[in-house]
Design a protein around this ligand. Sequence first.
Ligand code: BEZ
Ligand code: FE
Length: 285
Amino acid sequence: MRDIDQFTITQAVKDTFRTEKGSRFEQLLHGLIDHLHDYTRENRLTHEEWMRVLTFLYDCGRISTPERHEFILLSDVLGFSALVDMINSRDGATEGSNLGPFYVDDAPRMPLGADLAAGRAGVCVLVRGKVSDTRHRPLAGAIVDTWQADAAGTYPIQEQGQDKMDLRGVFETDDKGEFWYTTVLPRPYTVPYDGPVGALLRAGDRHAWRPAHLHFILRAPGMSSITTEVFFENMEYLDEDAVFGVRSSLIARVRPVREGEDPGVTTRRAPEAVVEVDFVLAPAD
Ligand code: BEZ
Ligand code: FE
């Protein structure tokens, strides 16, 4: 071990871990060491540069709280979260997209046709869709968990004094695999940029905006769950999402309701526009 040099050190470090031969843990750990060592050698990192990296990671840890997830944000703006979504999207199923930091796992169950907006200002939109399997069979009883920002681009959970359960709800599809509710059309918003990740964005002359979107988690027995987002045609930032979440297949049209049109479903509030969103789940492995 004492005769190692800048090339043999990589294998020496890997050898010190007594990992199970051929295990997933070994593969991931060795791969990480290989890539980090290669990166360090290729760029001939200086002490100052390496210390800046470590200070940056320390700052990410220091600002993190149960509500503020700076490392997830770092993963998001560097495209790692999107890459993991892409790798894990299943053929023929709806593409995955960012979970983001504003999900809560105990959102209220809502009846079909409910209004998520609870009197908030904004364009009232009917969101309606269908959940099917990859053979186009409707999935009755599928769970549609949704959350979103308001018409000013703010998540109620971010605001002091607001009900953190506003603009979120859990629906169950009917026997045709369909669901529908009304809400307000959200606006674009910025990911948090008052911390080290924001400094990184500024250093690279990048903005922090995300296009307006709705978040969804879809679940059904025997099927692979999907975490995804729905974006809106012709809205700002579709081609420059700060966290790389947009895919063409996830962009929906916002269609104004025509005068005297019967939307065909019962809602608590009369919508001004309709967004149709269909989801496809693949069987669980
Ligand atoms: C969001 O969509 O809610 C989000 C995603 C990534 C970072 C911050 C927010
Ligand atoms: Fe979001």
